[in-house]
Design a protein. Sequence first.
Length: 286
Amino acid sequence: MRPQTIQIFLPAGDPRGVRVAEITTRIVRVIEVPRSLLADFLDMPESQQPGLYYLVGGAGEGETAQLYIGQSGSVGGRLGQQNQSRDFWNRALVVVSLTNSITQTHVLFLEWLAIKEALAAERYALENGNNGARPHTPAPLEADCLEIHETARTLLATLGYPVFEPVARPSERDDNEILFCKSSGAQGSGVYTSEGFVVLKGSIGRLDSVPSIVGTAGGKLRQRLLDAGVMRAEGATVVFEKDHLFRSPSMAGLALMGRTCNGWLDWKDASGRTLNELKRQPSASS
């Protein structure tokens, strides 16, 4: 990674409305469109261009956000169709060119590449039926597409949609960064990230919840994780089927142990130091 300058323009002055993001030295633009303001985007000249689009549906704690990736020679018209046919989304993110130089051939390759990488990242539940076949693309045009994709990837993450980033990056999985939860029958591992706390695939917890959380937000969270396939029941235990991001270490611990906890104390490194000592009292642990 290298330093970059990104400009975000608010056409209506509303930070919760339409937002237009650009890297100042490149020709790619990403436009974030709230579904309720789709008509405003359709009035913009960019809506008539070929483009790639991402439809995103939000998710609560314990749920996986939904994503659909598509392309069109006239992206505004396609979004109008998606507004009628797909219910889940509340935001559209549109990738177009400042110079109107993205063609239908570009967006076909970009769609295939974006679906492939989003599936590999496993951050969103992809609503596309399949990832299709790689379209034939001449080498010079493919090189252009790879640069467009890299720019779009950065802009999407800047706007709050890290579509192609796994919830735990390889650098965060370093042995020195992994934490463990071994209370109440749990054998969990995880990492503390800038977004929250990630419980890693293969972590084992207790299936039964203590009576005090049954019917509460915590108990419902555990059921959502089971219903969504994030955790699966195996005998008297639950097993995490994928890495999963929680907003706090305490919610991550509750998901594993089936009881309320103080995650800052229950998550520890291989030396027995708590997350509290490692991240909230760094001077005391040095």
